[in-house]
Design a protein around this ligand. Structure first.
Ligand SMILES: Cc1ncc(COP(=O)(O)O)c(C=O)c1O
Length: 390
């Protein structure tokens, strides 16, 4: 049901990941807060769940309300698009406002700009939303098997032309990059590779907001620091960004683990080998965790996670169904989708099934553990959500 691969590359305390400290990400928050629909998402304490697991607290950041997009990914799209626009117009991002960009002469030039990306759903929604905010155009390409409701949500989020292709996710990423080069579009992809790092770096910085919001909210609730962070990974940009921010903002490195679908577990596979290089996954890519269905690690994320993650989990779909149901039945009734609930499901399976005791010991779980999780999406496929919740 679940498998764990320990990261045998060296875990480093106090590594300084440039660009992820609270002061270094001040511009990110400033830009996001200029968007009228910005509001911090809530941090929920799952009290009875924590009691049942025998830990001090399980805190869940519910990203379903982020920018009205039902997922966290808009945090990256809005900031990266802002930075690209400033770069193209020769503007200083520190003093540029979204309001300024709506005025002549900028508005006309922005209207001519075209962005392109591949997405499993949520990143495309963020890019479409950002294109709507800035008044430019976006082409969004989706892998084979995408459910129509996710494509429609991207169109509705802002300003994008959406196509469902016949390609796998990773093939589609390479094809979109080529199309962008040929057509003079700006590629705004949420994963990096050698030679394409600046924009994914901005996207990753964009994601740190949910971590820094959570840290502040935790402190207001009386918890000092998280001892454990379980982070979903598709290409790993979100996990890498949160892990980097945690490493540079906490006095001691928490226990960090990536959580993937066992059908596309590239971080799990990379930790299994643990020779310092990322590995592509060789799963079937058939999973209900659409947002995690990516088989090639983001290089920037890998460089971070190999230095600070304790390891990676690979989970069967059953695990996320457990998570979706347990969050839906919590007194606070959290709606968490297939890619959002897997960490909660994993925590339940790990801490309640005796066969995983030695993993729990290795990961230093005890009565004082404060676990921080991110429910990264709501019911982005409502029909499937209802089927699973029953
Ligand atoms: C809901 C959700 N959670 C987690 C992830 C994983 O993020 P990343 O691809 O940055 O690893 C995604 C990616 O699309 C997602 O949509």
């Amino acid at each position: 049901m679940i498998q764990f691969a320990e990261n045998r590359c060296k875990i480093q305390q106090g590594v300084s990941f440039e660009g992820f400290t609270y002061p270094e990400t001040a511009l990110v928050r400033k830009v996001q807060q200029m968007v009228p629909s910005y509001a911090p998402t809530s941090l929920v304490s799952l009290k009875s769940f924590a009691e049942r697991l025998g830990v001090r607290a399980v805190l869940l950041k519910d990203e379903s309300s982020r920018f009205g997009l039902n997922a966290f990914k808009g945090l990256g799209g809005i900031y990266a698009m802002f930075r690209v626009i400033c770069r193209e117009l020769g503007l200083d991002p520190e003093i540029t406002t979204i309001e300024m960009l709506q005025e002549p002469p900028y508005i006309e030039r922005i209207r001519q700009m075209v962005f392109a990306t591949t997405t499993d759903g949520n990143h495309g929604k963020g890019v479409s939303f950002a294109a709507g905010v800035f008044g430019c155009k976006a082409f969004v390409f989706m892998p084979a098997g995408t459910v129509k409701v996710r494509a429609r949500a991207i169109r509705d989020a802002g300003n994008a032309e959406v196509s469902i292709t016949g390609m796998h996710y990773d093939e589609c990423v390479a094809w979109t990059a080529q199309q962008a080069r040929q057509n003079g579009w700006h590629l705004i992809q949420d994963t990096s590779w050698s030679g394409y790092e600046e924009i994914p770096g901005w996207i990753m910085q964009g994601y740190t907001t949910m971590y820094y919001e959570a840290l502040q909210q935790m402190r207001e609730m009386g918890y000092d620091v998280p001892t454990h962070l379980f982070l979903q990974a598709g290409v790993g940009s979100m996990a890498g960004a949160v892990a980097a921010a945690a490493s540079v903002s906490l006095p001691e490195l928490p226990v960090i683990a990536t959580v993937e679908s066992s059908e596309a577990a590239c971080f799990y596979d990379s930790f299994r080998v643990s020779d310092g290089s990322p590995r592509a996954a060789h799963g079937s890519e058939k999973t209900i965790m659409a947002g995690l269905n990516c088989s090639v690690p983001c290089t920037l994320a890998w460089e971070i996670l190999k230095k600070c993650a304790a390891g990676g989990f690979a989970c069967k779909d059953f695990v996320t169904c457990e998570g979706m149901r347990l969050l839906a039945s919590d007194p606070q009734k959290i709606v968490s989708g297939e890619s959002g609930a897997v960490t909660a499901g994993l925590l339940k399976v790990l801490l309640t099934e005796p066969k995983y005791e030695s993993i729990c010991r290795n990961l230093k779980f005890n009565r004082n553990s404060v676990v921080l999780l991110f429910s990264t999406e709501g019911d982005t496929d409502p029909e499937n959500y209802r089927r699973i919740i029953g």
